[in-house]
Design a protein around this ligand. Structure first.
Ligand code: TYM
Length: 326
């Protein structure tokens, strides 16, 4: 069976881009594949963070993943730091990745520019991500467009390791949706929507109440010609709304534009679709949030199942790379 792996960082609240770019596919893929999903808390340490906040974000993100439809009976759902093999395998990956490769990662450039403190972990982050993926003999990695470069690097690392040390890792490929792969900020449509607090009005959070969603979409930046068609270069704001509408209703942006003539109609159709999409998610989230003990039980089981797969792969990699076993 096809093995799927993906991860999401517990830093801040989950936003619509995470959902449309990745989580929607995660839910679909758990039905027909052997899917493994991970809350990657070690990745959240690469930037300055508050320890208590990280703990509570890790729990609430896990609950959010179940609220969007992940079912621990159908997939393995766990927290990265609960499976020590990730950190251990990351070292093997760091020693297989080239310095120059890591230096070319655009996310490192974006996240390090202008910061007083840049951790070494932020630089080697893609090696940990490669460990996450390769530990599970992963065939497919459902992600948004911004992760494409990291998956390419993971492939290069796997191929290099296999050719130096013998067949060890499966070479994975990225699965990127046709709508919603790059949801942009509603206020700054040239920038991707992100969890960061820089642009609260441009970011739709999965827990935003309906009136807030409506307001944010109504205020979304468009342009002055009032013509609705998909053209990312010349109409980034309108195209973003069409991508969101398409991804929320299972259509391409071009299909979503059919029958919509004016910006006002585009905005109401988009906010209605998003509100409708998020309503059941929000209801389920608040139910789950009442029972953290049950979440804890489920993720402990998830970690156990994940460890079984990860430890076998790590052992193979250690053996092949030449670590002496007693
Ligand atoms: P993270 O936590 O930033 O994002 C989680 C997922 O959401 C997608 N995404 C978006 N998709 C469309 N439009 C957006 N505006 C948008 N913002 C975020 C991301 O592409 C991602 O799929 N490095 C990863 C986490 C990670 C990982 C992994 C992913 C760690 N190990 C192994 C896959 C496999 C990250 O920071 O994602």
């Amino acid at each position: 069976m096809t093995r799927v792996f993906s991860g999401i960082k517990p830093s801040g609240s989950v936003q619509l881009g995470n959902y449309l770019g990745a989580l929607q596919n995660w839910v679909l893929m758990q039905e027909e594949t052997d899917a493994v999903y991970c809350v990657v808390d070690l990745h959240a340490l690469t930037v300055l963070h508050d320890p208590e906040e990280l703990k509570s974000s890790t729990l609430s993100l896990t609950q959010m993943l179940m609220a969007v439809g992940l079912d621990p009976e159908r997939c393995i759902l766990f927290v990265q730091s609960h499976v020590k093999e990730h950190a251990e395998c990351a070292w093997l990956m760091e020693c297989t990745a080239a310095f120059g490769e890591l230096r070319r990662m655009t996310q490192f450039k974006d996240k390090s520019t202008g910061n007083d403190f840049v951790s070494a972990g932020l630089f080697t982050y893609p090696a940990l991500q490669a460990a996450d993926i390769l530990l599970y003999d992963t065939n497919q990695v459902p992600v948004g467009e911004d992760q494409r470069q990291h998956i390419e690097l993971t492939r290069d690392i796997a191929i290099r390791f296999n050719s130096r040390f013998g067949e060890t890792f499966t070479v994975p490929e990225a699965v990127i949706p046709s709508s919603g792969a790059r949801v942009m900020d509603l206020q700054h449509p040239e920038k991707k929507m992100s969890k960061s607090e820089d642009s609260p009005q441009g970011t739709i959070l999965l827990l935003d109440p309906p009136d807030v969603i409506e307001k944010k979409v109504k205020r979304a930046v468009t342009d002055s010609d009032d013509e609705v068609f998909f053209d990312i270069e010349n109409k980034p704001g309108v195209s973003n709304l069409l991508s969101i509408l398409g991804a929320a209703t299972g259509k391409t942006p071009q299909e979503a534009s059919k029958g919509i003539e004016r910006y006002g109609d585009l905005k109401s159709a988009t906010s209605e679709a998003v509100i409708e999409l998020l309503k059941p998610v929000q209801e389920k989230y608040f139910d789950l949030a009442d029972d953290p003990a049950e979440t804890n039980r489920l993720i402990a089981k998830g970690a156990e199942k994940a460890r079984e797969v990860a430890s076998a792969t790590l052992s193979r990699a250690q053996e092949n790379i030449g670590l002496f076993k007693h």
